[in-house]
Ligand binder design. Structure first.
Ligand SMILES: NC(=O)c1ccc[n+]([C@@H]2O[C@H](COP(=O)([O-])OP(=O)(O)OC[C@H]3O[C@@H](n4cnc5c(N)ncnc54)[C@H](OP(=O)(O)O)[C@@H]3O)[C@@H](O)[C@H]2O)c1
Length: 248
C-alpha cells in the first residue's frame, strides 16, 4: 500500500491486531495513512506502529457481545464510520504440529470444537452483523475474513493436494464455515459497494504458525491488505492467496 493510495484516512478495524498477522496488517495500513483500531483480549506491550502513526487499542474479546458493543461505540464516536473490517482474530484447536486427540476427527472433544467455532466462526459473524450499519456508511466498505487454505474442502478431498495430510478437524471446519459466511454475505451485499472476501495469508511465523513457517508478518499481511483495498470493480465472494483464487 502506498502513501498516496485512495485508502488514506480510511478507518480500519483489525481484530486480533496486537500480534501475529493482524499486527502486520495493522502496520501496513498505518503506513498507508489509515486510522487503525486493533482489538484483542489483552493489551500488547507495544501497539502496532509505522513511523509516527500508532494504532488505537480496545480491549475486546470478540466472543463477548457487551465488549463488542463498547468497541463499536468507541469507533462510532471517534470515527463515525468503518471502511475496512479485518476479521483476523482466530485460534487453533491445539498445539503445533497438529498431533493428538485435539486435532483428531474421531476423538476431538465437542468442547474443543465449540471453543474453536466460537472464536473462528460465531464471533466474526456476530461482529460483522453488528458493524454492518457502520460499514454501510463507507463509500467503499471492505470485509476480509482471515480464513486458511486448511478450510478448503476441495483440497482436503484431493489426495494429491499439499494439505491432504494436514488435517485438524475443529480448526479446518471452522474456516470452512467462515468461507460459507463470506459467500453468503457477499451475495447479500452484491448490490452495494461493500466487498467481502476470504484470505489465506500463507504459512506465517506467529504464535499460531510456529517458528518453522517460511513467511514473515509483512508477507503474511499482503493478501488481506490487497483484499481490503480492492477497487470498485474488484472481486467479491472469493477466496484468495496473494492474488490467486483458491478452491473452496
Ligand atoms: N499463522 C499462520 O500460518 C496462519 C495460516 C492460515 C491462517 N491463519 C489465520 O490468521 C489469523 C491470525 O493468525 P496468527 O497466526 O497471527 O495468530 P496469533 O499470532 O495467535 O494471533 C492471534 C491474535 O488474535 C487475538 N485473539 C485471539 N482470540 C481472540 C478473541 N477471542 N478476541 C479478540 N482477540 C483474540 C490474539 O490476542 P489475545 O490473545 O490477546 O486476544 C492475537 O492478537 C487467524 O485467524 C488464523 O487462523 C494463520
Amino acid at each position: 500500500m502506498s502513501q498516496s493510495s485512495q485508502f488514506n484516512q480510511r478507518v480500519v478495524l483489525v481484530t486480533g491486531g496486537t500480534k501475529g498477522i493482524g499486527r502486520g496488517i495493522a502496520e501496513a495500513f498505518l503506513g498507508a495513512g489509515a486510522r487503525v483500531v486493533v482489538c484483542a483480549r489483552s493489551a500488547p506491550e507495544q501497539l502496532p506502529v509505522s513511523g509516527e502513526a500508532r494504532a488505537e487499542f480496545a480491549t475486546c474479546d470478540v466472543r463477548d457481545a457487551d465488549a463488542v458493543r463498547e468497541l463499536i461505540a468507541q469507533i462510532t464516536s471517534r470515527h463515525g464510520r468503518l471502511d475496512v473490517l479485518i476479521n483476523n482474530a482466530g485460534v487453533a484447536a491445539g498445539g503445533f504440529p497438529p498431533v493428538g486427540p485435539e486435532h483428531s476427527t474421531g476423538e476431538v472433544p465437542l468442547d474443543t470444537l465449540r471453543r474453536v467455532y466460537e472464536t473462528n466462526f460465531f464471533a466474526p459473524v456476530a461482529l460483522t452483523q453488528t458493524l454492518l450499519p457502520l460499514i454501510r456508511k463507507s463509500p467503499a466498505g471492505r470485509i476480509v475474513n482471515l480464513s486458511s487454505i486448511l478450510g478448503s474442502l476441495a483440497l482436503h478431498a484431493d489426495p494429491k493436494s499439499p494439505i491432504y495430510q494436514a488435517k485438524s478437524f475443529a480448526y479446518d471446519a471452522s474456516k470452512t464455515a467462515l468461507n460459507a459466511f463470506t459467500i453468503h454475505l457477499a451475495y447479500e451485499l452484491r448490490d452495494t459497494p461493500i466487498k467481502v472476501n476470504s484470505a489465506h495469508p500463507g504459512w506465517v511465523k506467529t504464535d499460531m504458525g510456529g517458528d518453522s513457517a517460511p513467511m514473515e508478518l509483512s508477507e503474511g499481511a499482503k493478501t488481506s491488505a490487497a483484499l481490503a483495498t480492492l477497487p470498485a470493480d474488484g472481486p467479491t465472494g472469493g477466496f484468495f492467496h496473494l492474488g490467486q483464487p483458491l478452491p473452496w
